[in-house]
Write a protein that binds this ligand. Structure first.
Ligand code: GDP
Length: 451
């Protein structure tokens, strides 16, 4: 995958957040340092990196998570948002009849990309034609001709064209494509070693003839941050509608190129991910970042956390009732229901590396079986008995056991469990420190404890 090393370290950072016992300033600062290091290693500009990590730090420390989102997931979301922002606004290139002008320096992948685009539009069901107007590089004519045979699109060119012939070739090409009934016409132009005046003039002359809907600059991503000044110079000279970054496969400098181009305001519209004619991808910043961060997994984590919120609300209510001193079998059953709702919690734990398997499956099962049996027993009790468990003695125990299809011994076990829970709750109710810890875990910081 593209930018493997960057993705690897960013995913490690997100795991760190997901594993943290609490999100505090120390964690945020550590995360920010990790991200800085990862971005600088991917060649992202120092100034951009500092700005981005400052944004992450400020937002993570000052913004309140939206309701229903835990502080952890909130920080993960902030990192995601800011990374997407780094790559600039998305410019969607529709697949519809149009004329496209390809510009760029030598060796950047312009001709290859022209071939790739011809395939991309063909696959969308459009009839495509390519025009070879690179009159400087002799091999360009044959290269594009071959590519057009491979992608089965119409082709026009003049193998004998010389410097200054480009506008003529394009004019003839447009006439040819009209006969071919091409919906999408792509014109490959000449490059130079640098952006020289005569190149700008040639591009302008060709642009006058073709009246292009899109002007795409092709840049080799391995130049890293240098892609920024290059994009800006072309943008100022001919007014680009998009940039195609090639050779993003296996280039550690792709991050630099992507962010530097985004900063110029010329949107990256496609990326080339290999030499083959199929290796072209539409560039979509949110999707790109989501893949880079492994957000597929993160997304399911966020969703599971949403489910757990309802459990948390119920937990909050029961916790308050218990703290107010009321604890009968009714409250105990609510507490138990919360525990069995923990099924979703164990799912979350398993999704967070390092957290899974903290409670052994065996212990988990045993508890589940026991609680299930207690629930059946309580189902045979009257409302009065549930609210006044101390009155459950003698013949009442017999009746409940018969109703639930269990031994009287098991009803007594339930009552013993209730007494234990009640003692624990009483102790807890008089222990402000422990309460505070629980409250923090329920994420109710700053709210007053009931007296
Ligand atoms: P032009 O001078 O700009 O027309 O450049 P070319 O289209 O001839 O490409 C120059 C070299 O880059 C060729 O060897 C291509 O195969 C290679 N190339 C182009 N795009 C990509 C890409 O996305 N990935 C890789 N790995 N190589 C590419």
């Amino acid at each position: 995958m593209v930018l493997d090393a960057l993705g690897e370290s960013l995913r490690g950072t997100l795991r760190k957040i997901a594993n943290a016992t609490r999100v505090d300033e120390a964690l945020v600062k550590e995360v920010v340092r990790d991200i800085q290091r990862a971005l600088l290693q991917a060649d992202v500009n120092v100034k951009l990196t500092l700005q981005l990590t400052k944004n992450i730090q400020d937002r993570a420390l000052n913004e309140q998570p939206p309701k229903g989102m835990s502080p952890r997931n909130h920080v993960i979301k902030i990192v995601n948002d800011e990374m997407v922002g780094l790559l600039g606004k998305q410019r969607d290139i529709p697949a519809k009849p149009m004329r496209i002008l390809m510009v760029g320096l030598y060796g950047q992948g312009k001709t290859t990309t022209t071939g790739k685009l011809s395939k991309w539009y063909s696959k969308k069901g459009l009839k495509v034609g390519v025009i070879a107007a690179d009159v400087h590089r002799p091999a360009a004519y044959h290269q594009l001709q071959q590519l057009s045979q491979q992608t089965k699109v119409a082709f026009y060119g003049d193998p004998n064209a010389k410097a200054g012939d480009a506008p003529r070739v394009v004019r003839e090409g447009l006439a040819h494509m009209k006969k071919e009934r091409a919906d999408v016409i792509i014109v490959d132009t000449s490059g130079r070693h640098r952006l020289e005046d005569d190149l700008v003039q040639e591009v302008k002359d060709v642009a006058d003839v073709i009246q292009a809907d899109e002007k795409f600059l092709v840049i080799d991503a391995t130049v890293g941050q240098q892609a920024g000044p290059q994009a800006k110079a072309f943008h100022d000279a001919v007014g680009l509608t998009g940039v195609v970054l090639t050779k993003i496969d296996g280039s550690a400098k792709g991050g630099g190129a992507l962010s530097a181009v985004a900063e110029t305001g010329a949107p990256v519209v496609f990326v080339g991910t290999g030499e083959h004619v199929d290796e072209l991808e539409k560039f979509d910043p949110p999707r790109f970042i989501s893949r880079l961060l492994g957000m597929g997994d993160i997304q399911s984590l966020l969703e599971a956390a949403q489910d757990a919120v309802t459990d948390e609300d119920a937990a909050e209510k029961t916790a308050r009732k218990i703290l107010s001193g009321k604890f009968t079998l009714v409250e105990m059953r609510e507490q138990m229901e919360m525990l069995s709702g923990m099924g979703s919690m164990s799912k979350i734990m398993n999704m967070i590396p390092g957290m899974g398997g903290r409670m052994s499956d065996e212990a988990m099962n045993e508890t589940q079986v026991r609680l299930a049996k207690f629930k059946v027993i309580m189902g045979s009790m009257t409302k009065h008995e549930m609210e006044n468990p101390t009155e459950i003695k003698g013949s009442r125990v017999q009746r409940i056991a018969r109703g639930a299809g269990v031994e009287p011994r098991e009803v007594k076990e339930l009552l013993k469990y209730f007494e234990m829970s009640k003692r624990a709750v009483k102790g807890f109710a008089s222990n402000k420190k422990a309460q505070k810890r629980l409250m923090q875990r329920l994420q109710m910081d700053g709210q007053e404890l009931p007296e």
